[in-house]
Ligand binder design. Structure first.
Ligand SMILES: Nc1ncnc2c1ncn2[C@@H]1O[C@H](COP(=O)(O)OP(=O)(O)OP(=O)(O)O)[C@@H](O)[C@H]1O
Ligand code: NI
Length: 307
């Protein structure tokens, strides 16, 4: 049984257009994802593909103008808003993408200690600060006194000390120096090895591949492929979806081959496959019909042309 199951998740926003006219934009559609205990699943994909919204949906912190459908299941039971409120910061922890999530009025040491579930909060917090190269004096600081990199390390320490069984890290690494970056990534791997389910959201595929078991590739609000991390190798021939292959080949060490075009915006999604306007393999069917996610070669993909 997975620790987290996301089934057919869709999210839309209601926005005011002209005057009192409302319009709805669909930003996530038909998304399925599972994360097991002991597993680290990376979510990769370009900016605006819906990665953070997935994290916010799981945490139950979507903005008021968002409408969600589909289901979330944590530890075999539905994760409704009451349960989200109960488990947030305890069983389910988020390392948020923005450092603005720190409480501006509370000293950071106290903030981190507040989230510790073990017996000796102060010593746990000090050990974590040492691990993340935060000086003891940082304890007494307020968030506005921290650099971006320090704030991020504080957020990572908070999540790692929470004792949560599901950890969602939304771009936890920007602004970290290479040494702390390695330490942070290893820490997430270690949490998975200890039995946590870890969802790591990142732009950095290379970093993700160092520690991930599986990788979910996002495009325009849904997963186009879920693959084993080991499928990202060589020319990308083990990958299933043309977008995943393109993303892989766009990396500097794989030739830096760019993908023409750009990801469609939520208010102008193509009728058929979301990648069809940019896909070399697209046929008439791809422009008319949206493919479902289907299991293939030990992973899954949303494409009519994989075999
Ligand atoms: N409150 C909101 N109202 C309307 N649209 C929103 C809102 N929040 C997010 N969106 C839209 O939802 C889409 C997905 O956003 P999301 O923040 O999840 O992307 P992301 O993959 O995390 O991007 P990044 O890599 O830049 O963090 C974007 O098109 C974004 O503009
Ligand atoms: Ni994001």
């Amino acid at each position: 049984m997975p620790m987290l199951e996301v089934v057919d998740l869709s999210i839309s926003f209601t926005q005011y257009a002209k005057g009192l006219q409302q319009k709805t934009v669909q930003v996530i559609q038909g998304l399925d994802l599972t994360v097991h205990a002991g597993e680290l699943v990376a979510v990769v994909g370009s900016s605006g593909s819906g990665k953070s919204l997935l994290a916010h949906a799981i945490m139950g912190i979507l903005p008021d103008n968002a409408t969600m459908s589909g289901s979330l299941i944590f530890d075999g039971k539905p994760l409704n808003s009451e349960r989200q409120a109960e488990l947030r910061g305890k069983e389910i922890a988020l390392v948020p993408q923005s450092v603005n999530y720190l409480d501006p009025l509370m000293k950071v040491g106290a903030q981190v200690r507040y989230s510790v579930r073990g017996a000796d909060a102060a010593s746990e917090q000090r050990k974590a600060f040492e691990r993340y190269q935060l000086a003891p004096s940082v304890e007494q600081m307020f968030p506005f006194q921290l650099s971006g990199g320090m704030a991020r390390r504080v957020l990572v320490s908070t999540a790692t000390l929470s004792g949560a069984r599901l950890i969602i890290a939304d771009e936890p690494t920007p602004g970290l120096n290479p040494e702390v970056l390695q330490e942070t990534l290893q820490q997430f791997r270690e949490l998975a090895n200890q039995g946590c389910a870890v969802l790591l959201i990142t732009h950095d595929i290379e970093a993700a591949l160092l520690i991930a078991d599986r990788v979910a590739v996002f495009y325009a609000g849904t997963t186009v492929e879920i693959a084993a991390a080991s499928d990202f190798t060589g020319d990308g021939d083990h990958l299933r979806h043309p977008y995943s292959k393109a993303l892989w080949r766009a990396l500097p060490q794989n030739g830096f081959i760019p993908i023409p075009g750009s990801q469609p915006l939520p208010n102008s999604l193509p009728l058929g496959c979301l990648f069809s306007p940019r896909c070399e393999k697209a046929t008439a069917e791809c422009f008319d019909t949206r493919p479902n996610m289907l299991p293939i070669k030990g992973g899954s993909a949303r494409c009519f042309h994989v075999s």
